[in-house]
Design a protein around this ligand. Structure first.
Ligand code: 3HC
Ligand code: NAI
Length: 693
């Protein structure tokens, strides 16, 4: 027997325990062990088999690390079939997260029992696949097509109570999986309960599968796995079980070969790899129970909301009583949203907006907090004053963080007598929704302060990415580059609306000009003004957007920017085109046509090139850090894996060739990043660098 499986006979019940930390994934050894255990139980004349798992969870799925390698037998569908075909009664006792292949193993059993906190689901579509061990065939037979489509195409985790209601599990029990499973198995044996192979259940009633397919395709905005899953479920209705399984296998294999699958698995592991940094191994973060926040505007209030919802106490400092009241109003409104969505109850709301939250206009209120996040105006003078005051009042060892978007964290740290305690914690708006946190490490930031930034990110449920100090850190610096490429295209003849459409079609949540309107056009305006004194004369910077700002049109917040906002969908603002025409006339530019393909290539090349520069300079540790910034903070389509993964899949040579072609007309902007040139020369990919570190 494999050492990841233990086997014991107890009162004629073969007790089979899976023990393969951390999540009991169904790797080769577990699969072999399960098949052997069933055979042994049969040989031993056991009356029933109980399958459960040690540790934190019933198997959370197939072993994703095996994907992309040749499958080794027994493959999971055969394991599930072997369990189901046994003439011995099989019971699965679930706990933790019984997901994907884990749930499929459980569906091979005759009966299922679960601990109250168990979550079951089939998240395969989220990694670009579909359930490939009978999930698309057995689940609809068990719970009906509509519910199976919901569970499988969403990939969502279903709680134990709902799973019981749906019929995915048969009983909930508080005892340990082993004890609960044994008691249930004894009950079933006492009742002489029949075997209940799902494959023998009648084919489920079909629905309008073409409509379900279209709906899944539309909802996934370009990601194909959910719509493939619909076709798999359709096969359960239309084909004999064995043929349905063959169809599922064919669809699974097809998806396994796609770039989308590779990209989504890159995203899965990338999100976990970003916070695993060698220098933080064994470093204890400073304890953080209370957080001070300076400034309760858009960001301060959002960060306060995120902190409160994660169980931290918050002291928020504003300039005046009125501003503090306004900040409280913003926080209460967003926490009320959590009540409305059923995330928290009224008592929790009262606590979070009552005792857990203090507002003040006096710095002394921050004397005891463990960590402070400054979110005042983006102005170096103001920030330095704030940090000097924090230095005077905060207790020794308190972490002093700035949420600045662009400014030099070294300079901010130098305004204190304790630069080792100073760090950048760059949140994204709305801070209680957006997953990204850039942990900006300044020259003198202490390692345990960095560890504290990552620990805070984890507590807040963020994907934390280490960034070095430069103008805009990882994300905003790269954003500036591709926004500039977009601005150049506009000057030369493309319209902002065409560019937005192309990027939406690519899968971005929003186009760059829509993002500008959402964030406020004054942000870009301020950046242009800030960079003007040091700007190279060869740099081309359009001024039409400044004119919009001068007229008071700052985007969504003023009702007008590139688009006009009112009731219903936003409309294109025709005045923008007039301003652009005027600027082209003034510059003597004759506008030319841009194909959608050229727009995409220029936009993406600018993003990838700056990404390569950011990695080359050590601002981002690895290409995957850039990818995770874009997936979690900039609406980059997850199924494309991030800009660097996307570039690898295009071929870096092609990207470099494009950049060199674009450079023929503008050699200042289109300078290939040294790292990109180097990788192409060596025939390497960005992913090779991910593996090296
Ligand atoms: N295969 C391999 N490794 C896995 C894994 C899997 N299915 N699921 C999790 N892991 C690893 C993680 O990479 C991580 O490793 P690390 O410590 O080295 O970084 C470790 O297990 C712990 O995972 P998390 O940090 O994510 O722990 P959480 O407690 O936050 O989350 C979880 C646990 C909800 C199970 C989450 O890991 C998860 O969602 N896992 C993926 C589930 C999934 O997609 N299952 C379907 C797989 S595909 C399949 O089953 C195909 C089949 O139909 C044929
Ligand atoms: P905001 O203008 O909405 O809020 C700033 C708040 O700070 C105001 O409420 C103001 O009263 C208060 N304030 C100013 N000086 C203060 C002081 N000395 N003491 C106490 N309170 C003071 O600005 P926003 O958008 O919240 O930005 C804050 C910071 O966060 C900036 O550094 C910005 O660059 C950064 N940021 C902004 C993002 C965004 O999307 N808005 C995203 C990420 C970072």
């Amino acid at each position: 027997m494999e050492d990841v499986i233990s086997y014991a006979l107890e009162d004629n019940i073969a007790v089979v325990a899976i023990d393969s930390p951390p999540v009991n994934a169904l790797g080769l050894a577990v699969r072999r062990g399960l098949v052997d255990a069933i055979a042994k139980a049969e040989n031993d004349g056991a009356k029933a088999v109980l399958i459960y798992a040690e540790g934190r969870t019933f198997p959370a799925g197939a072993d994703i690390r095996e994907f992309g390698k040749p499958p080794q037998e027994p493959i999971l569908p055969d394991v599930c079939a072997r369990i189901e075909a046994s003439d011995v009664l099989v019971v699965a006792a679930l706990h933790g997260t019984a997901l994907g292949g884990g749930l499929e193993v459980a569906l091979g059993a005759d009966y299922r029992i679960a601990a109250p906190g168990t979550r079951v689901g089939m998240p395969e579509v989220l990694i670009g696949l579909l359930p490939g061990a009978g999930g698309t065939q057995r689940l609809p037979r068990l719970i009906g097509v509509e519910k199976a489509i919901d569970v499988i195409t969403s990939g969502r985790q279903v709680g134990a109570a709902e799973a019981l209601d749906m019929g995915i599990i048969d009983r909930i029990d508080n005892e340990s999986p082993r004890e609960a499973g044994l008691a249930y198995t004894r009950d079933l044996l006492a009742q002489d309960a029949p075997r209940r192979p799902i494959s023998a259940m009648p084919a489920p009633t079909p629905v309008d599968f073409d409509a379900a397919y279209d709906a899944a395709l539309k909802k996934a905005r370009g990601q194909i796995s959910p719509s493939y899953a619909v076709r798999g479920i359709q096969a359960a209705c239309e084909l004999e079980f064995a043929e349905g399984m063959a169809r599922e296998r064919a669809l699974f294999r097809e998806l396994m070969e796609t770039d989308q699958r590779a990209a989504l698995i890159h995203a899965f592991f990338g999100e976990r790899a970003v916070s695993s940094l060698p220098e933080l191994k064994g470093v204890t973060p400073r304890p953080v129970a209370s957080v001070g926040i300076i400034g309760g505007g858009t960001m301060g209030a959002g960060i306060a909301t995120a902190a409160l919802l994660s169980g931290l106490e918050v002291v928020l400092l504003e300039m005046t009583e009125d501003a503090a009241d306004a900040a409280k109003g913003r926080i209460v409104k967003s926490i009320l949203g959590a009540v409305k969505r059923g995330k928290i109850d009224q008592a929790r709301f009262d606590h979070l907006t009552g005792t857990a939250l203090k507002l003040s206009t006096d710095y002394d209120a921050l004397a005891k907090v463990d960590l402070v996040i400054e979110a005042v105006f983006e102005d170096m003078g103001v920030k330095k004053q704030v940090f000097a005051k924090l230095d005077a009042v905060c207790k020794p060892g308190a972490v002093l963080a700035t949420n600045t978007s662009y400014l030099d964290v070294n300079e901010i740290a130098a305004a204190t007598s304790r630069p080792g305690d100073v760090i950048g914690l760059h949140f994204f708006s709305p801070a209680y929704v957006m997953k990204l946190l850039e942990v900006v490490v300044a020259e003198r930031t202490a390692t345990d302060v960095v560890a504290t930034g990552f620990a805070l990110g984890k507590k807040l449920g963020k994907v934390s990415v280490r960034a070095g100090v430069c103008d805009g850190f990882i994300g905003n610096r790269i954003l500036l580059a591709y926004r500039t490429a977009a601005d150049h295209m506009v000057l030369e003849g493309a319209s902002p609306f065409q560019i937005d459409r192309v990027m939406l079609d690519f899968g971005f949540a929003m186009g760059p000009f829509q993002v500008g309107d959402l964030a406020g056009l004054d942000i870009g305006w301020a950046t242009r003004k800030r960079l003007a004194p040091t700007r190279d004369p060869r740099e081309r910077v359009p001024t039409y957007a400044d004119k919009l700002c001068e007229q008071g049109h700052l985007g969504q917040k003023t009702g007008r920017g590139y688009y006009i906002y009112g009731d219903g969908a936003a409309k294109e603002n025709p005045e923008v085109l007039t301003l652009i025409d005027a600027e082209r006339d003034a510059l003597g530019i004759t506008p030319r046509e841009f194909s959608d393909d050229e727009i995409l290539r220029r936009y993406m090349c600018a993003m990838v090139n700056e990404g390569a520069r950011v990695v080359g300079e050590g601002i981002a540790r690895r290409p995957l850090d850039v990818d995770m910034v874009f997936l979690t903070g900039y609406g980059f389509p997850r199924y494309r894996g991030g800009p660097m993964k996307w570039a690898d899949m295009q071929g870096l040579k092609r990207i470099l060739d494009d950049i060199n072609t674009f450079a023929e007309a503008d050699s200042y902007f289109w300078q290939p990043a040294p790292l990109l040139t180097e990788l192409v020369a060596q025939g390497k990919t960005f992913d090779d660098l991910n593996k090296e570190t």
